[in-house]
Structure formats: structure tokens, C-alpha cells
Design a protein around this ligand. Sequence first.
Ligand code: DQA
Length: 151
Amino acid sequence: MASILLLNGPNLNLLGRREPEVYGSDTLADIERRCKDEAGRLGHQLICRQSNSEGGMVDWLQQQAPSAAYLVINPGAYGHTSIALRDALLGVALPFVEVHLSNVHAREEFRRSSMLTDIAVGCISGLGAQGYLLALQFIAEQLRGGGSDGP
Ligand code: DQA
């Protein structure tokens, strides 16, 4: 059993009432519960965190990464702007999958650029809450040493 981290960034605590036409009607608690169930079904432990602050995300990554095998991150808006988050991910050298609920490429121009995607193992964007579950399934396959469809 490995520990997998799930980190959600700013404003994702508002899921369920935040622009539901864009982000869906599930709350973050709903999503975390489903992800924990899925991780358990796959034989792993999921440790969840949400932070509205860039420093809070960096601190948590630095604390948790040494005992974790993989990360799923929805960086929210910081994915488009944060060199500090990019440096933290490079610094802790934890492989990660970037997830966005919405299709960031079908929205405003500024959402098309990412500080993280080129250093991620992969990115899932636009598949709603299911994106988190698909990321966990991919990670479990990687941790089993399989993953012919991955790096
Ligand atoms: C988001 C997309 C970002 O552009 C936005 O700032 C968010 C949510 C998503 O999950 O679709 O906060 O990461």
C-alpha cells in the first residue's frame, strides 16, 4: 500500500456552489470521499488537502512528499501563475498528475498556459470529477509497475 496525495488549490473549497455550469455540482467533500474510496479499492491510502494559499500548498507538499509515492493536484488558478508551486514540485521530485475539472483549453486564453503541465507525468482537463478517479487509476497502474500507456 502506498500513500497518494490529493492537493486542491484556491477556490476549490467552493465546489458545489462555484459556477456549477463550469465545475459541476459535486462538493469537494463529495469528490474527496469518492477519491478515497477509489484509492482504497485500488489498495492505496489517499491523503487529501485543500489550500487557498500558495504558501500553504508549498508547505504541505514539502511536509508530505517524503512519505508519498505520487500526487494528484488540481492547482486551480495557481497552475497558470505559480513559479513557487512549480519549484516546489521540482524540489520534492514527486511524480504527479495535474487535473482540471473544466477544459482549460476551451476557456479564456490565460487558462491555456500552465506552469506545471510540462513537468507533470500527465494532465487531465475537462472530464469533471471523473478526472480525479482516472488519475488515481493511472497512478495505481504505474505503482504496480505496469502502465504500458505511461512513461
Ligand atoms: C480549474 C481551472 C482553473 O483555470 C481555475 O482557475 C480553477 C479550476 C479546474 O479545475 O478546471 O480554479 O483548475
